[in-house]
Design a protein around this ligand. Structure first.
Ligand code: UDP
Ligand code: MG
Length: 313
C-alpha cells in the first residue's frame, strides 16, 4: 500500500477548513490502495485556523499540522510541508477548494501510468479579475522569454509527485524560492490535467498586487541573469551612438562647417556614459556567476539508474 501526504498551506483559512476537510476525506475514502496523511501548514494565521487544525488532529489520527511563528508566505509553507513529508507520494493543494480534491483520482492514475508528476493546469479564469489575468499572462509571456525555465501560464501549484521528484525539489536549497520555476527546473515526466478554475469556497484571497509583484520579481530574478547583464548592452549602444555622432561631426567639419562645442560635449558624455554602463555590465556578468554558484543548484538530476550509489554520481 502506498503512502500519500497531502500538504495544505493555510493562512487565515478557518472559514473554509471544515469544508475542505469534508471534501478531502470523501475523496480519500474512494482512493484505492493509499494510506493518506493530511499535513496542514499554518502559515502564522491570526484567526482560529490553528484551533480548527487541532480539532481535526484530535479526532483524526491522519491529520498532522505545523504552525509557523508568523506569516512567512506560501512558498515557505510549501517548503516546510515538503520537508516534513515522508510519503511515497506527495500532493500540494490549496485549502480553499479551488484545487478540487476530486482531481487526486486522475492524478493517482497518471502516476500509475508511469508519470512522475501529475499537475493541474487551469483551463479558464473563473474567479479572477480581468486585470489580474492580463498581468499574469504578461508576466508568464515575459518570464518565458528571458528566464531559463519554461512555465506554462496555466500551471498551478496543485500537483502530485513521487518521492524522487520531492527529493529533487528539496535538493534546491535556495531561500528565495519560486516553486513554479523549481518544478520546471527539476523536470521529470509530467502529465498535465485540465482543471476548471472555481471561486473560493469561503474566506478571502491572501494575494494583493504588492505580493504578486514581489512574487513575479522573485520568479524573474531567480531564473534569469539578464537584468544583471542589461547595462552592458545599454553601454554598448551608447558607445556606438558616440562613435556615429563623432563621425558625423568629423564629416561636418571636413565639409567646412564648424559644429558647436555642445556637440563635442555630448559625444564625450555618451562615451563616458557608455563606458560606465559597459563596466557595470561586466561586473554584472561576474555577479551573475557568483549568484549562480551561491544558489548551488544541482548540475543535473537523475531520473533513474542502475549504477550502485558507491560508484559516485
Ligand atoms: N497561503 C499561505 N500563506 C500566505 C498566503 C496564502 O499559506 O501567505 C495559502 C492559502 O491559505 C491558500 C493558498 O496558499 O491555501 C492559496 O492562497 P489564496 O487562495 O489566497 O491565493 P489565490 O488562490 O487567490 O491565488
Ligand atoms: Mg485560492
Amino acid at each position: 500500500m502506498k503512502t500519500l501526504d497531502l500538504i495544505i498551506p493555510c493562512y487565515n483559512e478557518e472559514a473554509v477548513l471544515p469544508l475542505f476537510y469534508e471534501a478531502v476525506r470523501k475523496t480519500l475514502a474512494a482512493l484505492p490502495d493509499c494510506r493518506a496523511t493530511l499535513l496542514f501548514v499554518d502559515d502564522g494565521s491570526t484567526d482560529g485556523t490553528l484551533q480548527v487544525l487541532k480539532a481535526f488532529a484530535a479526532r483524526d489520527g491522519a491529520v498532522r499540522y505545523l504552525s509557523f511563528s508568523r506569516n512567512f508566505g506560501k512558498e515557505a509553507a510549501m517548503l516546510a510541508g515538503l520537508r516534513a513529508s515522508g510519503g511515497d507520494l506527495v500532493a500540494i493543494m490549496d485549502a480553499d477548494l479551488q484545487h478540487s480534491p476530486a482531481l487526486l483520482l486522475p492524478m493517482l492514475q497518471a502516476i500509475e501510468e508511469g508519470y512522475d508528476v501529475a499537475a493541474a493546469k487551469r483551463t479558464d479564469r473563473t474567479g479572477e479579475t480581468r486585470l489580474k489575468s492580463r498581468l499574469s499572462d504578461a508576466f508568464y509571456h515575459a518570464a518565458n522569454k528571458i528566464t531559463q525555465v519554461e512555465i506554462d501560464p496555466g500551471a498551478q501549484d496543485f500537483r502530485l509527485m513521487t518521492r524522487p521528484v520531492v527529493n529533487a525539489v528539496l535538493s534546491l536549497c535556495e531561500h528565495r524560492r519560486f516553486t513554479k520555476g523549481i518544478f520546471s527546473f527539476v523536470g521529470f515526466r509530467t502529465k498535465w490535467i485540465a482543471h476548471e478554475n472555481t471561486v473560493r469556497a469561503a474566506g478571502e484571497t491572501k494575494w494583493n498586487y504588492r505580493k504578486l509583484w514581489a512574487y513575479a520579481v522573485d520568479g524573474v530574478l531567480g531564473y534569469s541573469d539578464l537584468p544583471l547583464k542589461l547595462p552592458f548592452y545599454a553601454g554598448a549602444f551608447l558607445l556606438c551612438a558616440a562613435v556615429v555622432y563623432a563621425v558625423v561631426l568629423l564629416i561636418v567639419r571636413l565639409c567646412g562647417a564648424v559644429p558647436s562645442a555642445v556637440h563635442a560635449v555630448l559625444v564625450v558624455l555618451l562615451l563616458l556614459g557608455g563606458a560606465v554602463l559597459c563596466a557595470l555590465g561586466v561586473l554584472g556578468a561576474y555577479l551573475a556567476r557568483v549568484y549562480c554558484e551561491v544558489k548551488n543548484r544541482p548540475d543535473y538530476i537523475i531520473r533513474e539508474t542502475n549504477v550502485p550509489p558507491q560508484r559516485g554520481r
